[in-house]
Design a protein around this ligand. Structure first.
Ligand code: KG4
Ligand code: ZN
Length: 370
């Protein structure tokens, strides 16, 4: 993957699949373009109806770093500036024209309202201009189905753990791809705990990756508290852990030598253990033999290692997305849209954006049977 930094952000453009024989058949295949702008990434991807990525691009807004968190108004303006630029590079990379596209998809909920509106309106405008269907997608469905058609991605039913900066929840995906919530965080999301502790440590936002890297060189010498560990509920809580970590930082002042690595190792260990504990309980309760993981924190190495070991020990089929498709991206929205397209379910242009939306209502977004 090529990453280029310009004055406003980081641009990642990833050429996709392009074997000559397959390209010869491509005219016959349906193509979906998808837009994801629910937070601070302007992401665009084109896939074919086998789920293969023809091209994808992400503009990751760097301007928010100086505020230690995403500022919605600034994010919306950056999406407006970048969305055409990213879309044009993706078309160029895929060797396609807008007229080659069959369906346009976009995240419409949940997320930051201004940023969501930019992507959704751009996508609807494109669909209207090309006179092709539009599909509005629930962001969490995108994370759950990000690997659809990838090798190793299970057919439903399965349990899914989605863990990011805004969400930490367990879901059950039924045979017909409808999704129900099993349990979620009562307060902070796991990624939020990483980011808030990282901010006090002086790390750039988002801090999960840097804490992960430091933890890899540390040892969990002082285990941190894990909420609900011995309860049967499928909920999480990370605010107690966050406060515990912040108290240690305040008491200690400066970490010396390897102490910072050890502190990060204890934090990452506690977060990963909490996630794995509830996930295994959900799998047992639903007698499920498959697990799909997603969201930015799914990139975390402690979590990946623990899940891999536990699932192997309990004979559970585990799907972990590649790191590049854990954090927000548009391929995940395109793949969720592919499922809807295969179910012949599309959205009307009247489908609105929403800052919050229950996963059980995600199917209401596609209100036009065809
Ligand atoms: O899915 P995502 O890109 O955006 C949301 O929908 O929130 O997730 C971003 C979150 C941030 O909190 C970031 O710190 C965290 O994912 N993250 C990680 C790692 N990479 C990203 N957390 C722990 N370890 C990582 N390697
Ligand atoms: Zn996300």
């Amino acid at each position: 993957m090529q990453a280029r930094q310009d004055k406003d952000g980081y641009i990642f453009i990833r050429p996709g699949f392009s074997s000559a024989s397959a390209l010869a058949n491509m005219g016959a295949m349906k193509k979906i373009i998808a837009f994801e702008t629910s937070c601070d990434d302007t992401a665009v991807a084109i896939i074919d109806d086998e789920g293969r990525v023809l091209a994808e691009g992400i503009f990751a807004q760097k301007i928010h770093q100086q505020y230690g968190g995403v500022v919605p108004e600034i994010g919306s303006r950056a999406h407006v500036e970048q969305i055409r630029i990213v879309a044009n590079s993706v078309f160029r990379d895929a060797g396609l024209q807008p007229e080659d596209i069959d369906v346009v998809a976009a995240t419409v909920a949940p997320g930051l309202l201004g940023p969501l509106m930019v992507g959704a309106q751009f996508a609807k405008g494109m669909a209207a201009a090309l006179d092709i269907p539009f599909i509005g997608i629930h962001h969490i469905e995108g994370h759950i189905f990000s690997g659809w058609k990838d090798r190793g991605y299970p057919n439903p039913p399965f349990v899914s753990l989605i863990v990011s900066g805004g969400h930490t929840a367990l879901y059950h995906c039924r045979e017909d791809f409808s999704v129900e919530l099993l349990g979620e965080t009562r307060d902070d999301a796991a990624g939020e705990a990483f980011d808030k502790v990282g901010r006090i440590l002086g790390f750039d936002y988002p801090a999960g990756r840097i804490i992960d890297e430091m933890a890899a060189n540390g040892v969990d010498k002082n285990p941190m508290p894990i909420a609900f560990l011995h309860s049967d509920c499928l909920n999480f809580s990370f605010s107690g852990l966050k406060t515990h970590a912040l108290n240690i930082i305040n008491k200690r002042g400066r970490f010396v030598g390897a102490e910072l690595n050890d502190f990060c190792a204890s934090l990452a260990e506690a977060i990963a253990s909490a996630l794995v504990n509830k996930t295994m309980k959900a799998l047992t309760r639903f007698k499920s033999s498959s697990l799909v993981v997603g969201g930015g924190v799914a990139a975390n190495s402690q979590l990946r290692a623990k899940l891999t070991n536990e699932c192997a020990a309990q004979n559970i089929h585990l799907y972990l997305p590649p790191i590049k498709h854990c954090t927000d991206n548009a391929v995940m929205i395109a793949r969720a849209a592919l499922i809807k397209m295969q179910q012949q379910r599309f959205s009307s242009f009247a489908v609105d954006t929403a800052a919050t939306m229950k996963i059980e209502d995600a199917n209401l977004l596609q209100d036009l049977p065809r």
